[in-house]
Design a protein around this ligand. Structure first.
Ligand code: DX5
Ligand code: ZN
Length: 220
């Protein structure tokens, strides 16, 4: 049975000197969301961008802004990113002591809420909150950089997450992020993935739209 997969291009790999053009390129494409990686140099060993870049995309983008916070104490910044234009705000389970409180806060604003797991964090940590979130982001590389190698044992983790979602009657989508391309997209979707994030595979392509379509088609 065909399943509609959501494609979220990661602008970590876009041309940051031409944000307006990049936002418009995504608008014109059949990609669904825009994935924005916020890194603080503490939670992950890299620094990227913050509120001004989210605001810049909000100004030019027609797609949902899928903001992935890779920062410590995300509760201190959630409101700012929602006001800047996030439509889906994802924080890391490992980055706060109070996931439940932060999920409730994000949802109370009308923004959708995702929770992310590092490769070393088991899906079982979500047992008590999986019904409360709109999305689970399973990292398929260690967060921090684009262009890394996909971690092969992610498939069984995705299957365990899907089982938990079905068992608890949760509406949560499953997103994967890191090393996603046309060689693994089909298998990921078969394992239960709803949202494919992809950075270098899409932005390093000669033809962006062609690769978005290849991802979509390999997932049919
Ligand atoms: C990694 C980021 C990803 C990154 C993925 O920490 O969260 O969103 O941009 O890049 P690729 O698709 O190149 O692995
Ligand atoms: Zn990301």
């Amino acid at each position: 049975m065909d399943k509609k997969v959501i494609i979220s291009p990661s602008i970590l790999s876009c041309d940051h000197a031409n944000i307006e053009a990049e936002a418009k390129k995504i608008n014109k494409s059949s990609a669904d969301w825009v994935h924005i990686d916020v890194m603080d140099g503490q939670f992950v060993p890299n620094i990227t961008f913050g509120l001004p870049i989210v605001k810049a995309f909000k100004k030019h983008s027609e797609k949902l802004l899928d903001v992935h916070l890779m920062i410590n104490s995300p509760e201190n910044f959630a409101e700012g990113f929602i006001k800047a234009g996030a439509g889906m705000l994802t924080f890391h389970y490992e980055a706060t002591a109070h996931s439940h409180r932060l999920i409730n806060f994000i949802k109370s604003t009308g923004c959708q809420c995702g929770i992310a797991l590092n490769p070393a964090t088991p899906v079982s940590m979500l047992e008590e909150i999986i019904s409360d979130v709109d999305m689970v982001l399973i990292m398929t590389v260690n967060p921090g950089f684009g262009g890394q190698k996909f971690i092969e044992n992610s498939y069984s983790k995705i299957s365990r997450c899907k089982e938990m979602i079905l068992k608890q009657n949760s509406k949560a989508l499953i997103q994967v992020d890191g090393g996603v391309d046309n060689t693994n997209a089909g298998k990921l979707v078969s394992a239960g993935v709803d949202v494919l994030v992809s950075g270098s595979y899409l932005f390093n392509a000669e033809n962006f739209e062609e690769n978005v379509k290849l991802l979509k088609n390999s997932a049919l």
